[in-house]
Design a protein. Sequence first.
Length: 190
Amino acid sequence: MFPKILVLVLSFSILALAAQDPTLLIKNKDQELQNFLKKKNRSAKDNETIKFLINDIFDFSLLGKKSLPSATWKGLDEASQTDFVKEFKRMVENSSVKKLEVYKADSTRYEPATIKPDEAKVVAHVWNKGKESVLVYKFDLVQGNWKAWDLVIDDLSTARNYRDQFTKILETKSFKELVDILRKKADEGT
């Protein structure tokens, strides 16, 4: 039994080491993003690149799963889960480009990542116009790559915020109506 556990722990450790350091991943994406945000005249292609840089580190399947009440997610068939994640991702991506001011930073300091075998956390201190915000990225190791499933900004969890909103909607509306709401919001953002 002990050798099996040791092999399992070593396997996870090797996977974690093989994946890029999550702090470096965030730093590199942020540097690229800040360069695009400083441009005076951004093209439609620049905005698509910005959308990609903001959202590429996220695993929307994980974020979507954690954004719904557990019983709701487990009660869905695979096609419904896929449809939800697709519309949820479109909504988040399209709304992120509308709020570009939120992503601007004068300077950022990153703490070293806290890494466990299959999860990690990166804390970033972001200053904009003299005001500090603390961002915490929560990652899972997905197929050898670190993918974020939550972003906590000044103690407000993105996943928890969506879960609270979706739970409230599901108290009075069906799951299909929730997906229709997401689809409509995603379409408004384009």
